[in-house]
Design a protein around this ligand. Structure first.
Ligand SMILES: [Zn+2]
Length: 151
C-alpha cells in the first residue's frame, strides 16, 4: 500500500472513531449525560463508545444519549483497594444494564456497610460522575458514571 493510501485509510478510520470518542463519553458524564451510539443496522445501542456496534459489528453509528436509567446487574464492595486506589476504599464498583440494553460499569453511591445482595435487580439512575486517578497499570485519570438506587 502506498504511503498516501495508508494515510487516507488512517484518516478514514480516525473519522469513524470520532462519532463518539472516549473523551466525549467522559465529558458527557461530567455534564450528567450517558452518551452512546445508535446503530442504524440493528437499531441497538452501544455503550461505552466503540468504533463498531457491540451487537452486530456495523459501523453505521450515530451518537445518542441514553436515559441513564437501568437495573443493577451486580456489584462488589471494595474494602482493600488495589494499589493506587487506596484513597477510594471502601467503594462499590457496579455493573448496570441500561434501559436501552448495553451494560455499563460504574460506581454505586450507597452505604458500603448497608450493601447486600438484595440490591441486585434494583432500579438505578445515573446521578453523577466519578474521576479516579488510575494507577501505574492504567493510562491515568478516567471518569466513570455514578449510579444511585431508586427506592
Ligand atoms: Zn448493530
Amino acid at each position: 500500500m502506498s504511503g498516501r493510501a495508508q494515510e487516507e485509510l488512517e484518516k478514514e478510520l480516525a473519522m469513524e472513531y470520532q462519532v463518539l470518542t472516549y473523551a466525549d463519553y467522559e465529558n458527557g458524564l461530567k455534564d450528567g449525560k450517558l452518551l452512546g451510539l445508535h446503530c442504524s443496522s440493528c437499531r441497538k445501542i452501544t455503550c461505552n463508545p466503540m468504533p463498531v456496534c457491540q451487537w452486530c459489528g456495523s459501523r453505521m453509528l450515530e451518537r445518542t444519549e441514553l436515559s441513564g436509567e437501568g437495573v443493577l446487574e451486580t456489584f462488589t464492595v471494595i474494602r482493600v483497594a488495589s494499589e493506587g486506589f487506596e484513597d477510594d476504599a471502601p467503594f462499590i464498583p457496579c455493573l448496570v444494564r441500561t434501559r436501552e440494553g448495553p451494560c455499563v460499569i460504574g460506581r454505586l453511591a450507597y452505604d458500603t456497610e448497608q450493601a447486600t445482595q438484595d440490591l441486585i435487580g434494583k432500579q438505578v439512575k445515573l446521578t453523577g460522575a466519578y474521576t479516579y486517578k488510575g494507577d501505574r497499570y492504567s493510562g491515568g485519570e478516567r471518569i466513570c458514571p455514578i449510579f444511585s438506587v431508586l427506592e
